[in-house]
Design a protein around this ligand. Sequence first.
Ligand code: UDP
Length: 402
Amino acid sequence: MLEEYIPFVGEETIQELILISKKLKDLKVLHVNSTYKGGGVAEILNSLVPLMNELEIKTDWKVFRGDERFFSFTKKLHNLLHIPCGKYINSDEFVYYLKITFENLKEIDTENYDIVFIHDPQPMGLIIKKHPGQKWIWRCHIDTSTPDPQAWNFLENFLNAYDACIFHMPEFAYERITIPIYTIPPSIDPLHPKNIELSEEEIKNIITKFGIDLEKPIILQVSRFDRLKDPFGVFEAFKLIKKKYDCQLVLVGSFAEDDPEGESVYKELLNKTSGEKDVFVLNLPPNSHREINAFQRGATVVVQKSLKEGFGLVVSEAMWKGKPVVGSNVGGIKRQIVHGITGYLVNSIEGAAVRIKQLLANKYFRDEMGFHAKERVKHRFLIIRHLRDYLILIYKILNQKS
Ligand code: UDP
């Protein structure tokens, strides 16, 4: 319920939201992504879609279906959009992408919507069945500031038919884009089970259930099992820290339906860390929200050592819980962490180890940074701000001359 957000954002903000939404009443909006669970996009839509409906903007969420071959290709595309690495997209892959797109068009009826939001590259091809009068918006959750040119060519087959595109940060918008560009950073939901307050007892029960010692400092990273999240780098940093501090490393992860690489990364991580004292690699089911919440609250320092990152909701989630975050100086992490104020931005394994050690050594410092971290999320990265940005964007696009 919208009014439940008043304690976080104030009554005026909610009133303003209602006022804006009156201009969009009875509009039909569709969001399409490629998974209901696992990853940040699903997390956001879970909160955003009901709130839009509460504002009487009729909003549906549909999921694009694919098989392993399709998602292996789109994961490769995802990686290429983040970092050019000399792998090529071949014509068979293109044909298969179209085949799955046509299959989805039989299931996903887009005809009755005024506005269609397509999230990320997987469902992007659905635009081939755009109906007259509709506005289609491509919502990109990837850092595409330096994409592989061939991967970008692939997107351009579809992108130019869209009415607008949205990126998390202005620098993610590749210079070749010719359609209107907007920037909207993502957000977390303070009322989601992942972010609500938990009792000390529940935090303790959850963490100790996994054999973790609450008396010893906990260094935590929460991420899908994905190479770009660099859990291996976190482990290397931990080994450097462990020489000086008796602490524990907890790597919490899960699989997402649209990421077939998860299992192999998980296995490799188990192999690499096996026999290491005080290292916990936990593969949790996708809906383990209270568990993630408890780990983030119980952690001493939270890390996000991604090699590339669209945004990294996990950073804001931890900051919201008053934790200083040591994050890589990349993508959306740069936007969340204010270096030296709410956490640290680092460029290497050694840098991460130094900053984590600094935080482990000083509780006053951790609390001070944690306080500023929470304030930052409160003012910039909560769902109500995100919703407001979406409504204003829809209004603008409806009034955009095409
Ligand atoms: N997440 C989770 N369980 C896990 C790993 C991640 O619930 O084992 C959640 C995490 O709390 C966050 C989202 O999945 O809400 C991940 O979003 P983020 O933007 O950090 O990364 P993405 O997976 O979208 O690249």
